[in-house]
Design a binder for this molecule. Structure first.
Ligand SMILES: Nc1nc2c(ncn2[C@@H]2O[C@H](COP(=O)(O)OP(=O)(O)OP(=O)(O)O)[C@@H](O)[C@H]2O)c(=O)[nH]1
Length: 253
């Protein structure tokens, strides 16, 4: 049984900050957001976690391996180094969508994202070490078939971007609705999905859906582990297996 621990990261009162006392330069917001993301990716990554930038003002981390104390340390470090603070809400669940729903509700219960007095909320619970297992996480690494030959070397970069984003949009919606999974674009032609237990037929179904919906062909490798890095690395090896065998789906779990 999977037991996913997710952290909903939200920059406090960020909307008003971006326009106070007057609109801040976009380039400075871009730099701030990408540095914050890099810091979070490294902080959770050092503890075996994966962080996804999603909307940058809100981010999602697969945080199995990070305790509530670790989260408090992260908040302090951000407060000391950035002009903004962040709220963190941690939740666990048998499905990633379920865990994230709980994390988000905890944050919404504490007040609005644009409430001046709601700062550095830290809510939720981590999975105690004694309850953690090697089957807590399932990570699926999706990749567009021959993106280089079909798109990158053929189309303008923007038209390639449209194809890849259409594949991502179709997959993220379907995986969310049909399988309670959360899928994130991670660059190039790659999408990483955090999943509950699913069999090969379910992954094939998602790939078939995206092909029928938007004409983008995917393959996927799936791995499991105690932490995101372990499950994610197993998924990457399974994806290499797809490349070797020509299969659409390879499960290493
Ligand atoms: N984030 C991330 N990006 C990757 C990874 N592997 C490849 N990429 C990016 O994806 C681009 C496409 O690479 P591939 O997916 O290997 O190439 P392809 O043309 O689709 O060929 P096949 O996948 O073998 O069908 C690369 O140029 C990288 O930018 C990965 O593991 N993670």
């Amino acid at each position: 049984m999977t037991n996913t621990q997710l952290t909903h990261v939200q920059i406090d009162n960020y909307g008003p900050w971006t326009v106070t006392p007057e609109p801040r330069r976009e380039v400075d917001l871009q730099t701030l957001q990408s540095r914050l993301y890099a810091d979070l990716a490294q902080f959770f990554g050092n503890r075996g976690g994966y962080t996804f930038f999603t909307r940058f003002d809100n981010m999602i981390a697969v945080s199995n391996g990070s305790s509530m104390e670790d989260h408090a340390t992260l908040q302090e470090s951000i407060r000391n180094r950035y002009p903004v603070t962040m709220s963190l809400s941690v939740a666990t669940g048998q499905t990633p969508a379920g865990a994230l729903a709980t994390a988000t509700e905890q944050l919404q219960d504490a007040g609005s994202a644009q409430d001046k007095s709601r700062r550095e909320i830290l809510r939720g619970r981590h999975i105690d070490d004694e309850f953690r297992t090697d089957e807590d996480l399932r990570i699926a690494h999706f990749d567009v078939n021959d993106a280089t030959g079909k798109y990158t070397d053929q189309l303008s970069e923007f038209d390639t971007f449209i194809r890849i984003e259409q594949g991502y949009a179709s997959l993220m919606k379907y995986m969310r609705q049909a399988y309670d999974s959360l899928s994130f674009f991670v660059g190039g032609d790659n999408i990483i999905a955090v999943c509950p237990e699913m069999d090969a037929a379910a992954y094939q179904d998602a790939i078939d859906h995206v092909r029928a919906d938007v004409g983008v062909e995917l393959k996927v490798g799936v791995g499991e582990g105690r932490r995101a890095d372990e499950a994610g690395m197993a998924a990457k090896h399974a994806l290499e297996e797809c490349r070797a065998t020509g299969a659409d789906v390879e499960l290493d779990c």
